[in-house]
Ligand binder design. Structure first.
Ligand SMILES: NC(=O)c1ccc[n+]([C@@H]2O[C@H](COP(=O)([O-])OP(=O)(O)OC[C@H]3O[C@@H](n4cnc5c(N)ncnc54)[C@H](O)[C@@H]3O)[C@@H](O)[C@H]2O)c1
Length: 261
């Protein structure tokens, strides 16, 4: 999509981190932005700093009626949304499946996958009807490859987002609508603090702390660039292929085995 023609971007989880990075990238390009977030205080603070081209709307992405209301409120102010970013999410809970607290599992899946699907349910038919626009779904590097123990519930949700995005892309392409799956590696944001704020669990699951070189603002720019190029996947970090290739190789080995046996 040529972003010079974009009229209104809507971003869930837009009051912080990667969502806010996307908001700033769109504002820089003159696109009015609605940020939707569960955190009313953060919405007020962020919009106050950025002027009249950005509006906040409170939304819990788990609530489908609230999605419909948020959409109506946003479009009454800025007109039809033509860039949708379903981005709100919480962090991994650090629990291995054998120790999994089912409530914590449900919360992660409800927000990180259910919340993304709810955004698609609220907006996709309008995009298809108008035959233009772009939808970005925030998955993760953990939505392309399984990593260390403790990320499992999060990975379940993020693999789901990857599948949703890939499927939606194939359905929307003939209708002139672009879809990208955003698969960030580690970026320093408020993910841990915000997860605790809404009652989620954050337990240490790894001693490994990657070098942080990519910022939320960088990711916002990568998203804008990927929309322009209608990229299927947006990978933010250079080391992602190593894990993906390892996973693909085990699938290939199974396929080769079947060919040979
Ligand atoms: N930061 C990373 O390293 C990283 C890596 C890969 C993927 N991600 C994904 O990026 C997305 C954004 O995360 P972030 O790192 O910017 O974190 P963040 O906490 O800074 O931003 C997430 C925003 O989502 C909001 N939110 C949480 N639950 C919500 C709900 N139920 N309804 C509406 N809003 C809700 C939070 O209030 C917050 O403003 C998430 O989906 C996350 O899983 C982040």
């Amino acid at each position: 999509m040529d972003l010079t023609t974009a009229k209104h971007a809507f971003i869930s989880g837009g009051a912080s981190g990667l969502g806010l990075g996307m908001a700033d990238a769109f504002l820089k390009r003159g696109i009015p932005v609605t940020i939707a977030d569960i955190d009313a205080e953060a919405l007020a603070a962020v919009t106050a700093e950025r002027g009249n081209s950005i509006r906040g709307v409170q939304l819990d992405v788990r609530n489908r009626e609230a999605w419909a209301k948020a959409k109506a409120e946003a479009e009454a102010a800025f007109g039809p949304v033509d860039v949708l970013c379903c981005n709100a999410g919480i962090s991994p809970n650090g629990q291995e499946f054998a120790d999994m607290d089912p409530e914590s599992y449900d919360r992660i899946v409800a927000i990180n996958l259910g919340g993304v699907a709810n955004g698609v349910f609220a907006f996709a038919a309008d995009f298809r009807e108008r035959g233009r626009g772009h939808i970005v779904l925030t998955s993760s590097q953990a939505g392309l490859t399984t990593t260390v123990g403790g990320v499992g519930a999060y990975s379940v949700a993020k693999f789901g987002v990857t599948a949703l995005g890939e499927q939606l892309r194939s359905e929307m392409a003939p209708r002139g609508v672009g879809v990208s799956v955003l698969c960030p590696g580690y970026v320093a944001t408020n993910l841990g603090t915000n997860t605790v704020k809404i009652g989620g669990d954050v337990r240490k699951y790894s001693d490994y702390m990657p070098e942080v070189t990519i910022t939320a603002a960088d990711v916002g720019e990568m998203v804008a660039d990927a929309i322009e190029q209608n990229m299927a996947h947006i990978v933010t970090h250079k080391d992602v292929w190593r894990g993906v290739e390892k996973r693909m190789n085990t699938i290939k080995a199974a396929c080769d085995y079947r060919l040979e046996n």
